[in-house]
Design a protein around this ligand. Structure first.
Ligand code: PEP
Length: 294
């Protein structure tokens, strides 16, 4: 009981603090020239290969995905693959010639531009090997590598400066879900991760809602749960950044998406795509997900 009260108090405190910070960022952006239309959000299916494949199997997977998705119309669905760093170049060469115009994404990025940061990879480096997207704030990065919202906020800015589109991953843990705090946790993460960004900058990001309890567990959120969180995220975007931004931002669902679950998820009005882990390592499964039926 005590634990629940503590979590609720922290959530309430952070919500007040961060709502204020986010409003300030909107005010800073108010004078920037924003000319936004309401394009229909292009569905976006991205594969996160995580720390899997070697060079040979990465090339084989990219080649097979490219072949199996050749009938996908890039005007109807956008597809991306995010291989491990060492294979970005070769995988990029393959997908850049794919009939469905598959995009290249990185799985992570560091916020400094260059220097003595052993093992880190910067946004300009990613850009130089052809990355158009980068995952940021994946729950595995947050948990295993202790990446904080403050660092994630820096990376979002750096990646955008380099001309790469961030796929910002957010989502609640199992415990938070069981306490019914999924919407609060997601909007709190957004408050912190998007701090200081103008509405124009926010309009260009992709958000991936990935409940931590559903990642790699086979436990997908039901379409009803996923839709309700996506709706809440869009409502928050509308409140903080306005209607145009809320209508433009694509929100992917991630968490054990499979060929069997994708169609129903994609029928939800606020689900604009999927971030796929395990199933993206099997070309046939990933291609079927990219060919979802709405
Ligand atoms: C992920 O890691 O982003 C993910 C969604 O993984 P999985 O599809 O395996 O749950």
């Amino acid at each position: 009981m005590m634990k629940i009260i503590c979590i609720l108090l922290v959530v309430a405190f952070l919500a007040i603090t961060n709502a204020f910070q986010s409003t300030s960022s909107v005010n800073r952006g108010r004078h920037s020239s924003i000319s936004m239309i309401h394009p229909k959000r292009l569905p976006f299916i991205a594969g996160n290969w995580k720390m899997n494949t070697d060079l040979k199997s990465a090339i084989a997977l990219a080649t097979e995905v490219s072949e199996l998705t050749k009938t996908c119309d890039p005007k109807k669905v956008e597809i991306a693959v995010c291989p491990p760093f060492p294979f970005l170049g070769q995988v990029g060469d393959i997908v850049s010639n794919s009939p469905s115009q598959i995009k290249l994404g990185a799985q992570n990025c560091f916020y400094e531009l260059k220097g003595a940061y052993t093992g880190a990879v910067s946004a300009p480096m990613l850009k130089s090997v052809g990355c158009q997207y980068s995952l940021i704030g994946h729950s595995e990065r947050r948990k295993i590598f202790s990446e904080t919202d403050g660092a994630i906020n820096h990376v979002v800015e750096r990646v955008q400066e380099a001309g790469i589109i961030p796929i910002l991953c957010i989502g609640e843990t199992k415990e938070e879900y069981e306490l019914g705090l999924n919407e609060e946790i997601c909007t709190l993460q957004l408050c912190k991760d998007l701090k200081g960004l103008t509405p124009e900058q926010v309009s260009k990001i992709v958000i991936a809602y990935e409940p931590v309890w559903a990642i790699g567990t086979g436990l997908s959120a039901t379409p009803e749960i996923a839709q309700s969180v996506h709706f809440a995220i869009r409502k928050w975007l509308r409140r903080i950044y306005g209607d145009d931004v809320a209508e433009m931002v694509r929100i992917q669902y991630g968490g054990s998406v499979t060929p069997e679950t994708v169609d129903e998820l994609m029928r939800c009005p606020d689900i604009d795509g999927a971030l796929v882990g395990g199933a993206s390592l099997v070309a046939k499964s990933f291609a079927r997900i990219a060919m979802f039926n709405r």
